[in-house]
Design a protein around this ligand. Sequence first.
Ligand code: 7GP
Length: 829
Amino acid sequence: SIPEPQREAWKKHQVQGFTDKDGFEKEVVRHVETTLARSLFNCDEGAAYSATSLAFRDRLITEWNRTQQRQTTADTKRVYYLSLEFLMGRALDNAMLNVGLKDVARGGIDELGFRIEDIIEQEHDAALGNGGLGRLAACFLDSLASLNYPAWGYGLRYRYGIFKQEIINGYQVEVPDYWLDFNPWEFPRHDVTVDIQFYGNVRKSQDDNGKTVCHWEGGEIVTAVAYDMPIPGYATPSTNNLRLWSSKASSGEFDFQKFNNGDYESSVADQQRAETISAVLYPNDNLDRGKELRLKQQYFWVAASLYDIVRRFKKSKRAWREFPDQVAIQLNDTHPTLAVVELQRILVDIEGLEWDEAWNIVTSTFGYTNHTVLPEALEKWPVGLMQHLLPRHLQIIYDINLFFLQSVEKKFPNDRDILTSVSIIEESQPKMVRMAYLAIVGSHKVNGVAELHSDLIQTTIFKDFVKIFGADKFTNVTNGITPRRWLHQANPRLSELIASKTGGHEFLKDLTQLNKLELSIDDAAFRKEWAEIKYANKVRLTKYIKKTLDVTVNPASLFDVQVKRIHEYKRQQLNIFGVIHRYLALKAMSPEERKKQLPRVSIFGGKAAPGYWMAKQIIHLINNVGAVVNKDPDIGDLLKVIYLEDYNVSKAEMIVPASDLSEHISTAGTEASGTSNMKFVLNGGLIIGTCDGANIEITREIGQENIFLFGTLSEDVEDLRHAHTYGSHTVDADLNKVFDAIQSGTFGEPNDFGAMVAAVRDHGDYYLVSDDFQSYIDTQKMVDNEYRNQDEWVRKCIRSVARMGFFSSDRCINEYAEGIWNVEPLALK
Ligand code: 7GP
């Protein structure tokens, strides 16, 4: 650092960042003219977006520097959130609002000849995630910064985020999402690199004291380069860091010999092979595919992150046993579990600690969050692959397992069954490493993401571990969402109305303040304004539907929305069968009877994993139903079926505020929590849902009179599945009529949907669509009836919003901080 006498010059010129319109405009013009090398003659909306973003980025980075400096001097404990996915969405609007300068920017941009809304729309979503788990990580970063926790996110800088979805002739088509063309929000740190080793072999030697030391040698080296994204807190200068690693060939790797021999092609090929590691996000949600490149990604990211964390710790010159006092690492599902092994390797092989001492440090450092009980999502890696790619790590895993099983044997002598059931190595053909078990053994706390889910992991998939470690190791932290993005940013008018009734914007920092809204519930003018805002949000979505799909929908209809990844367990098929049932019923009515019906728009959106055939069939059926229903003159406004292409975070910000009713209808016990359910209710929409995930806690908070629950309970699911397979399984008449319509070609080629129908009718109906169909239809009828009474409906919405305070990710992060990480906030002075 700079010596004391010269620091004066630095202090004098310290960047301050703009605070008013003039200052903002000056920064924008400077960036347009110098950074972008343009002028007022060729500044289009894209350039105006870039310059605006750069102006805000400059501000953020000064706060970032101060925050990091403060954290280093205070030498307090930091949290590291390791996640393979961060579904951030757009950054500009969020930065403007969190810094509190959106109005300043609006005025300035207006004077420079643009509209702020158009500028915001220029930004490409940072879509480095699939669905729930990735978006949760993004909400957590917002809360960590807003609550002044010293925290870093660590992830991978994919060149291609989640694919862009196009719907062509009713089918999903995937298009690559190259999002890095120009990204003003990242700082490449070409000086922060880590060399990561793969393959090779392990050599043993004796040190001076006769102790065996392992050396991992040979193999190949790939370099990790850091890219930082500043994460601004809301209404606080605290600005945290999201560090994403990008892979490139190490300078040693670039084969100059080959190059000089004229084998230019193959030396470039080596380079490309290295870059492949961070090239693409695996597009699966709730599914593990076990590809070698995926394991490479995991180790690459985990090893680079740990190297960084350890390097930072070592600067403090503290003793190793103090590591867990300085560092908490959260494993976002099992994807980063190799971090457990890597830290043990660093401590034992490189730092020379004894095994037990090292293992104590490791287990005190890590916490593990489980996000699903679906068996197809639980990660396992073949022992052979692990041996090949990470030979030393496999040895360490075997040792961890050995010591663990020895402790189990002591506790449960002569119980062979428990040993096989909890072994980290599954004795299958081929043998597999069970990553969830490794994560449990390597962490001091394991949590689920909603009460039901946390109960289920403790009584089903991890029940033997509860016997071994005791119930204290297992806990629940119900998910939450950030009210900044999901209310203030997505629904500015509602946010202002709430502010006017609750005494300012305090609720954005303490969401429980929403309860003050109940005091205004009898105020007719307030309810009227509330309803007007919902209507305006629906009009906005109506225009978008017209523009993108050329379908006219009536904004006075009930907007019924299901947007999320397409998955059989989430049961979009139940929804579309219900839509078909409604269509058939309308068709069978007389014109007079039809006039009495309530118009409804069924809106779907979401991506299917490219390899998930059945999910793609579901998308196809929804689109085919839309094609028939939307142009049926008998139906008109009474029913429209809309498939919104390429559902993502920025589209969610438009869709969520426009919903009257949203669907969260998973088979009970399958949706760990769900988080969009919280977003919809927070925006004044009611929900129809099953007794699953966080729906249960939402019901407890808002009252069962404000939610439409239906369907099988999770404790009955097993018996029903058993009965389907071993008893006689019949499908009720209404659902059969739906199937008949599909199979008679009403919605296109019947063969296309044969497997979908057969899954329910002939193949055991694993997701219990037939069991829940009738109660679903009946509940939808109740929805129609209740929607007719608009005054009462609006009251329900207001009451629900007033009671949603619990579901802020701020509450959630405070629970992690206290119960798992043991970290304290550290505000800037
Ligand atoms: C999701 C769960 O499906 C969802 O219910 C939950 O709200 C969300 O995590 C956040 O906790 N899980 C995933 O996205 C996922 O891919 C497998 O889990 C690792």
